[in-house]
Design a protein around this ligand. Structure first.
Ligand code: NAD
Ligand code: ISE
Length: 337
């Protein structure tokens, strides 16, 4: 049984604890911590035998914790991931790996210094059945070479702490990782187009159109709408030389009645990607329980996403086309994105 400590017991922390305690196999949650101590205690009350630690560092040092899941806010990820590497413990870090290129570079350098992979980043779209089926079609060559991809990332609403830049750093960062994986190429430049503002968006610039240029010349557009009210809607269509392939609708049911054909739209990311998170964490648990390195998105992937995300923020703040330059990829991360 792999003993897990969870740092951050907010929305996704609680959701991952639920799946590790009642869905997944070979794992138990033995420790939690949160700066909101009351929440951590309440969560621990439902976990027989779990310890509540006063800090993330204490949890990482706990000999009853074999591996760590980091679900705290993005700006706190770097300190905990670095502490896990220093302790030689495997760490699954929710996205983003860290909030700046420099912080991600420090993590990559620490892991390379350690000499083997200890870090996996929570880019769960790579585990989603619809995205995997789409990638299989693209890789098969059935639609010819992929030339473009149209994406939409729509949230019904966002928390009050969400800022203007979060549309790139917190939301579109999923498409940044997904596109690198889907095309097997790095992103070399980005632009941001700013349409008329939604009346639902308050001070945010909502929606945005984010354009990504890939090394091989393909172009991806991403609509980011984070106050669209009607539901959580994730779309993607790859345009190839000879055809197109799109994500199917996520709903397993369509209802005909009252002169309408209707299907439910997921309420949020928990519902839309529920199975992807299950597969993601089970594969992580299985790979490290077997003593191997994690096989999912690496610290390098987290670093590459952060560099593109920083470029996106620069483009949003007034840049036109902003180029993306990555440092040379260390041999530890030899596989393609
Ligand atoms: P949240 O605000 O609901 O929960 C975050 C928790 O972290 C809070 O309880 C907060 O008190 C705690 N926290 C903050 N600083 C801390 C620190 N220094 N030490 C310990 N605990 C600390 O936020 P959330 O929606 O659960 O997001 C958490 C992380 O998960 C973010 O990085 C977010 O981007 C990521 N996330 C990923 C997905 C996904 O689809 N993969 C979905 C949602 C959130
Ligand atoms: C959130 O943090 C996530 O990661 C969700 O998947 C994303 O859709 C949402 O926009 C983010 O705020």
């Amino acid at each position: 049984m792999l003993r897990i400590g969870v740092i951050g017991t907010g929305m996704i922390g609680q959701d991952h604890i639920r799946r590790m305690t009642s869905v997944l196999a070979g794992v138990e949650v033995t420790a939690v911590t949160d700066v909101d101590v009351e929440t951590a205690k309440r969560v621990a009350d439902a976990l027989p035998g779990a310890v509540v630690h006063g800090s993330g560092e204490d949890l990482i040092a706990d000999p009853g914790v074999d591996a760590v899941v980091v679900c705290s806010w993005g700006p706190t990820h770097e300190q905990y991931v670095l502490a896990c590497i220093a302790a030689g413990k495997q760490v699954f870090c929710e996205k983003p790996l860290a909030t700046t290129e420099e912080a991600c570079r420090r993590i990559v350098e620490a892991e390379v210094g350690h000499g083997r992979r200890l870090v996996q980043v929570g880019y769960m779209r790579r585990y989603d059945a619809a995205y995997r089926a789409l990638k299989a079609v693209v890789d098969s060559g059935r639609i010819g070479a992929p030339l473009m991809m149209h994406c939409a990332h729509r949230n019904p609403g966002v928390p009050s702490y969400y800022e203007k830049e979060s549309a790139i750093t917190d939301t579109a960062v999923h498409e940044i990782d997904m596109v690198r994986w889907m095309f097997g190429e790095e992103i070399v430049a980005v632009r941001v187009l700013v349409p008329r503002k939604s009346r639902n968006g308050g001070d945010l610039q909502d929606p945005l159109l984010f354009l990504l240029e890939l090394a091989g010349g393909a172009i991806v557009d991403v609509e980011i709408s984070v106050n669209i009210r009607y539901g959580y809607d994730i779309r993607g269509e790859v345009v190839g030389e000879d055809g197109t392939a799109a994500l199917g609708e996520p709903s397993p049911v369509m209802v005909r009645g009252g002169g309408r054909l209707a299907m439910p739209v997921p309420a949020d990311w928990r519902e839309r990607f529920i199975r992807a998170y299950d597969v993601e964490l089970q594969e992580w648990i299985d790979s490290i329980a077997a003593g191997g390195p994690p096989v999912g998105p690496s610290a390098w992937d987290g670093y590459a996403a952060a560099v593109v995300s920083d470029a996106g923020v620069a483009a949003l703040r007034g840049g036109d086309r902003v180029g993306v330059t990555l440092m040379p990829r260390p041999a530890l991360y030899e596989v393609a994105p």
